[in-house]
Write a protein that binds this ligand. Structure first.
Ligand code: ATP
Length: 233
């Protein structure tokens, strides 16, 4: 049997050391998967993505290609393979250009892969209606939709991670722009120039989930269940 790209095994999370948000969550993510994660507001979707990115403490095991993050040179390196793309990137310091340079420098220090094209995120963002000048403006001065598109364009355009953890990636976008972003994200996992092999995608839109997903998980009462006849987890 081929090894899963990402495995969650009996994962649980508490937010104050005693109140459980969810428990007993187990699933695998394989190459080609676009795993749609749904559930009511407050059901724990963002918290689960943050656990998968090792941004939250959790119980159980989360393995990337069968190994824990420590075997990839530590959690910061792991996070470049399994990348969380936040819903509100305006909480980042400084401007998008500085963020892009930080990511590029970090990748250069890893030194393993051919360097990604630094212009590609700017080009992708422009195709989504982002003026290149916005890259030099403070995150805090950008609209939610502008910041969201820029953060996504860095994740997709540099294509360094194998798994993108997308937290409502089109929540701040109009329908037309949302369709463009959906197209780019879903084709990224088929692109030869990209390392991206799978997506986990939080959405509140059932229609979007059906359009983009190859599999689906629904969070409810602190657990997840697979959804739909063709979407077995
Ligand atoms: N650090 C924290 N302190 C207190 N409560 C927290 C903390 N982190 C998460 N929670 C609570 O855990 C629950 C799950 O939050 P989470 O953001 O994961 O939900 P969600 O399903 O992503 O919600 P939404 O769809 O509204 O984005 C919520 O009730 C939230 O208030």
């Amino acid at each position: 049997m081929t090894e899963a790209l990402l495995s969650a095994k009996d994962v649980s999370c508490q937010f104050d050391g005693k109140t459980t948000i969810f428990s007993g969550i187990s699933f695998d993510v394989n190459p080609g998967d676009i795993l749609v994660l749904s559930g009511k507001s407050g059901s724990g979707k963002t918290t689960l993505l943050k656990c998968l990115a090792h941004l939250n403490l959790y119980g159980g095991k989360i393995l990337y290609r069968g190994k824990p993050p420590t075997e990839y040179g530590g959690i910061p390196v792991y996070r470049t393979h399994v990348l969380y793309v936040p819903q509100r990137p305006s909480l980042l310091p400084s401007n998008p250009r500085a963020f892009l340079n930080t990511v590029l420098n970090f990748n250069a220090r890893k030194g393993k892969n051919a360097p990604p094209d630094p212009d590609r995120p700017v080009d992708i963002a422009e195709s989504w209606g982002i003026d290149p000048e916005l890259w030099d403006r403070d995150w805090a001065s950008l609209s939610g939709g502008e910041a969201q598109r820029i953060a996504l364009s860095v994740a997709v355009g540099l294509g360094m991670a194998e798994i993108l953890l997308l937290d409502e990636p089109t929540s701040a976008l109009d329908a037309e722009t949302s369709a463009l972003v959906e197209k780019e994200l879903t084709s990224a996992i088929k692109s030869h120039g990209s390392n991206i092999k799978a997506l986990i995608w939080i959405t509140h839109s059932e229609e979007q989930g059906k359009r983009v997903g190859t599999r689906a998980l629904h969070m409810e009462s602190g657990h997840v269940e697979s959804v739909g006849a063709e979407n077995h987890v």
